[in-house]
Design a protein around this ligand. Structure first.
Ligand code: AMP
Length: 359
C-alpha cells in the first residue's frame, strides 16, 4: 500500500454540513482527526470534528493556516472557489483533485466532458443571453430546462420552458446568469451510482439506488433499484469510466435518468452523496468510510450490499416523525444536530432495512 496516512493524521474538510459531519465520524473510526473549514457559524460537522476553522473562503491566511495544519484536504461540497483551492494546494494535496471540481462546477464543461468520454446526456446548448436562448430552443426543442452553469443544487437556479414563449420568463427566473438549455428527458426512473477510486487507481462501486425527488430535493433512495441486470451493469460501468477519466481519488455520485433507450447522465457530484446514505445500513464499508479510505491511501471496500434498504430524508418538519422512526426496529436514525428546523432544510435521514438482499 502506498502513501497510507499514519494513525492520528488530520484530514482537512472544506465545508461543515452533514456530509462533513459523517465524513468526520468515519475518519475518527479509522484513527484520524478531522479539521473543518467552514464560513458559517456552528457547523454540524464542528460538533464531531477535532478542530474547526470559521472563516470565509476569501480569507487566504486562514486557508493557508488550515492547509498547513492538515495532511490531506477533501471537500463536502463542489462550489469551493478556485482561488481558495490555489491557496490550499500549495500546502496539502487535494483529493479528489482539481479537475473533478472544475468539471462539475460548470454544467456546460460537465456536459462537454461527459459526452467526450462517451456518456450520453440530454441534448444541450450554451445560453448567455436572449439571442442564444432562441437558437438553443431551435436546437434542443421544448420542453426544456434552463439551468445556470454554476451554483445550482437541489433544483435551484432552474427554470422550465413548456413552449418557446416561456423564454423571457425563464431568463428572468435565472436573472440572466450564464446558463445551459437542456432538453427535457422523459425518464421511467432516476438512479444514482456511488463510485470510488483509490489512490492506487482501483475502482469499486455500490449498487445503483433508485431516487425520488420532491420539489427538486431528494426524498427517498431505495436499493435495489428497479433496473434490469444489463442496465445495472451499464450504470456501474458509466461510473467507472468517469472515475478513471478524471483520474479521481475518493467517492463520487453519478445521477442517471433511466429511459427506454438507455441511461442518460444528469450530473455528477465529486463528493459523498445524499443518495449514498443507504450504504450506512446496507454495506460493511459505507460511502463515508470508503471516501476516507480512498483519500488516506487505504484499499477500498468492495461495495457489496448485504441488505435491501430504503433511505428517507428528514426535511424540515419531518423531524416530528423522529419518535415513530425511533420506535421502528428496522430503522436507523442519522440526525445532523441542526438546532433550527426550517422548511426545505435537511435535518437528518432514516435508513430502513427492508430485508436481506432480494436480488
Ligand atoms: P438537478 O439539479 O440538475 O439535479 O435537477 C433536479 C431534478 O430535476 C432532477 O433530479 C430531475 O428530477 C429533474 N431534472 C433535471 N434535469 C432534467 C431534464 N433534463 N429532464 C427531466 N428532468 C430533469
Amino acid at each position: 500500500m502506498t502513501d497510507r496516512l499514519p494513525q492520528g493524521a488530520t484530514i482537512g474538510i472544506l465545508g461543515g454540513g452533514q456530509l462533513g459531519r459523517m465524513l468526520s465520524v468515519a475518519a475518527a473510526r479509522l484513527g484520524y482527526r478531522s479539521h473543518i473549514f467552514e464560513p458559517g457559524a456552528e457547523p454540524p460537522a464542528g460538533q464531531v470534528a477535532h478542530r474547526v476553522t470559521t472563516a470565509p473562503y476569501e480569507d487566504a491566511d486562514a486557508l493557508a493556516a488550515f492547509a498547513t495544519a492538515v495532511d490531506v484536504v477533501t471537500y463536502e461540497f463542489e462550489n469551493v472557489p478556485t482561488a481558495a483551492l490555489d491557496v490550499v494546494e500549495a500546502h496539502a494535496p487535494i483529493r479528489p483533485g482539481r479537475r473533478a471540481l472544475a468539471v462539475s462546477q460548470d454544467r456546460l464543461a460537465e456536459k462537454d466532458f461527459l459526452n467526450e468520454i462517451g456518456l450520453a446526456t440530454a441534448p444541450y446548448a450554451a445560453v448567455d443571453g436572449a439571442d442564444d436562448l432562441e437558437a438553443a430552443i431551435a436546437r434542443v426543442g421544448v420542453p426544456a430546462i434552463l439551468k445556470t452553469r454554476r451554483f445550482g443544487y437541489d433544483g435551484k437556479g432552474q427554470a422550465r420552458l413548456a413552449a418557446p414563449d416561456d423564454a423571457a420568463a425563464a431568463l428572468a427566473a435565472i436573472a440572466g446568469a450564464p446558463a445551459v438549455l437542456e432538453g427535457f428527458v422523459v425518464f421511467t426512473a432516476e438512479v444514482s451510482v456511488i463510485g470510488a477510486r483509490g489512490l492506487d487507481g482501483r475502482v469499486a462501486c455500490f449498487d445503483p439506488g433508485e431516487n425520488v425527488h420532491e420539489e427538486g430535493i431528494l426524498r427517498r433512495t431505495t436499493v435495489p433499484a428497479q433496473l434490469s441486470a444489463a442496465r445495472r451493469t451499464d450504470a456501474v460501468l458509466a461510473a467507472g469510466r468517469l472515475l478513471n477519466a478524471l483520474d479521481y481519488v475518493g467517492v463520487l455520485g453519478l445521477e442517471l435518468f433511466v429511459t427506454p433507450g438507455g441511461l442518460v447522465v444528469n450530473e455528477f457530484a465529486p463528493r459523498v452523496h445524499n443518495s449514498g446514505h443507504w450504504t450506512q445500513q446496507g454495506c460493511t464499508v459505507d460511502q463515508f468510510e470508503q471516501h476516507i479510505r480512498a483519500i488516506a491511501g487505504w484499499p477500498l471496500g468492495d461495495g457489496s450490499r448485504y441488505a435491501d434498504v430504503e433511505m428517507l430524508n428528514l426535511i424540515g418538519d419531518d423531524m416530528d416523525d423522529v419518535p415513530a422512526h425511533a420506535a421502528d426496529p428496522a430503522a436507523a436514525l442519522h440526525l445532523y444536530g441542526k438546532a433550527e428546523t426550517r422548511p426545505g432544510r435537511k435535518m437528518g435521514h432514516v435508513n430502513r432495512v427492508l430485508g436481506p438482499v432480494s436480488r
